[in-house]
Design a protein around this ligand. Structure first.
Ligand code: GLC
Length: 669
């Protein structure tokens, strides 16, 4: 059951798609507490959700803030990342399970047993929001009710489930061709190469640098012939350059966010000073979305939207203040306090609350200050793109995923988890973030494999890939100046990497089918163990394994130099220890804790009883995948079973027609 409680006058977020009559009277389960709400947790209560946040699958013991933040240092002390996902579920066992969704576009703070172990408290920045309380028998059922409330998740084209290679620093068409050669010559599968900001002219959106990429359409065509798509980045800030027709048109039509005095707001990002389209207005979304056409016309079929929290390095006004303040130190004798204020001045420039409170949107005719609806910005940039794709490429799926998001955006695109580091802890963090983002509807999601920042190591590349082959978005991406980390760069592990990549492609009939099923049924592709084994108290303790689709469990090794790991099995399963799709050993394991050896070139995969897994022959790209000749892996201790496999064309949007799936039968052992 879903109950809706309305407070004040909310700025519309367009997140909820079901119309629910507001309830009268007190909110059950929660106690009002000043600007927020309280819930007393029992010692064994587990809290799931809050989307793209740090720390555990169980969110207890820390505090979190929903405020889309461009912060590349994902350390444990942080409270916000790029997404703002206001949905969580308290699992207090049978009869004590409920979900909460705060429908609000501004800041929301959560204290999940941080101040007091037994107290969950959340507070909304202003008294204008809708609160939804969702009760149900099981956690998955609560999550599904929630997802029905906010609408069906985005389904990308099937090629987006292939490997993508990305790097900030591919400067020209030759660099891109070299990457493709590196993959093809080493017989490594590949479906996409990403273009970072260097493809643009002076980092201006919707331009292509003619020296570096003299003929993007020809390049797109040449790569497509090899089964590879180009996926360019689009940034939120539009370069301030009156000579640029897009920039000029936005100015003439008054499409940018404005300052208090009504003049366009300017903030600096990659292109230098930039304007920010007011994506909250439908006509602006339409205008911005239609700009993607220039790249679509060149044969591009996918994009990633970046810097859309929006990230602001500085504003000219704030910069001038800081320069003045720094100047005031000249000739002064500094004490320690002065020194620290001096030191912090330049650091205060980026993504500052002062700047976020200095510009305005127009929402349904009303002038609204940015910080009040900050979390809706990236969401509406993705929506702008997606709404335009529906017009420009009707009935076709276009790949789109974003850095910033809030719930609602899950209907329009996927997300990636931003600028992680090449740290082992971030491999584990990647796993732990998946259930939260999936609960919020972002099924198409994944992290920068091998790590974005810092120099990676060959063993981390391989171990991260051994988890990455299971994430819907599988993209290797790295920052300018870091060690090159394309998969062909590690000769010592090349064979193992090739086997793992080919394994991903072989598993695609299952992975893709489970993804589509999760989207069409408002379910989850990745789930914590306790979602399916609610009566098992051990299951909720597991923070480094996930259920994947109906029949699998994954348990990656996330520790450097480890040659195995402990795995918890809530029931007996068949374990496959895979070196490749052709080379593996398997055994049946009873429920309980097991120490399982797992060499650097191996991955552990668990088939749950009663389940079938269709496996294809590996291919160099998804377009070449043969889904006719399949091998069925299975664990059927209780006799025959069937599997529904999705065989849609992977390109058009009519995925839910019954002719798009096939039932595979298997008699068992
Ligand atoms: C941001 C993005 C990153 C990208 C970089 C340059 O840091 O998160 O993925 O490579 O900008 O565009």
């Amino acid at each position: 059951m879903i109950q809706r409680f309305c407070f004040g006058t909310m700025v519309p977020t367009d997140t909820v798609v079901q119309s629910i009559t507001p309830a009268e009277g007190p909110v059950p389960l929660l106690t009002p507490d000043g600007d927020g709400w309280l819930y007393r947790m029992a010692p064994t209560d587990v809290v799931y959700g809050l989307g793209e946040t740090l720390r555990g699958i169980n969110k207890r013991g820390w505090h979190y803030t929903s405020f889309c933040s461009d912060d590349p240092n994902h350390t444990e002390d942080k409270v916000s990342l790029y997404g703002a996902h206001n949905f969580f579920v308290v699992d207090g066992g049978q009869g004590h399970r409920f979900g909460v969704f705060v429908d609000f576009g501004g800041r929301v703070d959560y204290d999940i047993g941080y101040t007091r172990t037994d107290t969950l408290r959340f507070a909304v920045a202003e008294p204008n929001y809708d609160l939804y309380l969702i009760t149900g028998e099981t956690v998955p059922e609560i999550c599904t009710q929630f997802r029905r409330l906010v609408g069906r998740s985005y389904i990308p084209p099937r090629w987006a489930f292939g490997l993508g290679q990305s790097r900030w620093g591919y400067k020209n068409a030759e660099d891109i061709r070299a990457v493709v050669r590196g993959y093809r010559e080493n017989h490594l599968p590949l479906d996409a190469v990403y273009l970072d900001i260097d493809y643009m002219q002076d980092y201006a959106d919707f331009t292509v640098n003619p020296q570096r990429f003299p003929d993007l359409a020809a390049l797109a065509k040449e790569l497509k012939a090899q089964g590879i798509r180009l996926v360019p980045i689009i940034d939120a800030g539009i370069k301030k350059d009156e000579a640029n027709p897009v920039c000029r048109e936005g100015l003439e039509k008054g499409y940018y966010c404005t300052k208090e005095d009504g003049t366009p707001f300017v903030g600096a990002v990659w292109p230098g000073e930039a304007y920010f389209a007011d994506f909250l207005r439908p006509e602006v979304r339409r205008w911005f979305g239609r700009q993607y056409k220039v790249l679509l016309d060149a044969g591009v079929e996918g994009f990633w939207n970046d810097m859309n929290e929006p990230a602001i390095f500085y504003t000219p006004e704030h910069l001038a203040q800081v320069i003045d303040a720094i100047g005031s130190f000249k000739g002064r004798k500094m004490d320690l306090e002065d020194y620290f204020s001096f030191k912090n001045l330049s650091g205060s420039l980026s993504n500052s609350m002062q700047d976020y409170a200095s510009f305005y949107h127009e929402v349904k005719g009303q002038k609204v200050r940015h910080d009040r609806i900050h979390n809706l910005y990236g969401y509406n940039m993705t929506r702008a793109a997606s709404e335009a794709f529906a017009e420009l490429r009707p009935n076709h799926r276009t790949l789109i995923f974003s850095r910033a998001s809030c719930i609602g955006a899950h209907r329009y695109g996927g997300i990636w988890l931003g600028d992680n580091n090449a740290w082992w802890s971030h491999l584990l963090q990647n796993l732990r973030q998946m259930p939260g983002v999936q609960m919020s509807g972002f099924l198409f999601s994944g992290a920068d494999l091998s790590g974005f920042g810092c120099d990676t190591t060959p063993d981390l590349v391989l171990r991260w890939l051994e988890f990455g082959i299971f994430t819907p978005l599988m993209r290797n991406h790295s920052a300018l100046g870091t060690r090159n980390q394309e998969y062909y760069r590690f000769p010592e592990h090349l064979d193992a990497i090739r086997r793992m990549l080919r394994l991903r492609y072989a598993l695609l009939p299952y992975l893709y089918s489970e993804f589509v099923k999760a989207a069409l049924s408002d379910g989850m592709y990745f789930r914590p163990l306790a979602f399916d084994y609610p009566e098992d108290p051990q299951a909720s303790q597991v923070e480094d394994q996930l259920l994947l689709g109906e029949g699998l469990m994954v348990a990656p090794v996330t520790t450097q130099n480890a040659t195995g790991r402990y795995v918890y099995l809530p029931e007996g399963m068949k374990m496959l220890r895979l070196r490749s799709v052709e080379d593996y050993d398997s055994c049946l394991l009873p429920a309980g804790h097991h120490y399982l050896p797992c060499g650097l070139n191996e991955v552990l995969l668990f088939i749950r009883p009663g389940h079938i897994l269709p496996v294809a022959s590996p291919a160099d790209c998804t377009d070449q995948l043969d889904t006719e000749h399949l091998t069925l892996w299975h664990y059927l201790p209780d006799g025959p079973a069937s599997y529904r496999m999705y065989t849609d064309d992977g390109l058009t949007t009519d995925y839910d027609r019954p002719e798009h799936w096939r039932i595979l039968q298997c008699d068992g052992e």
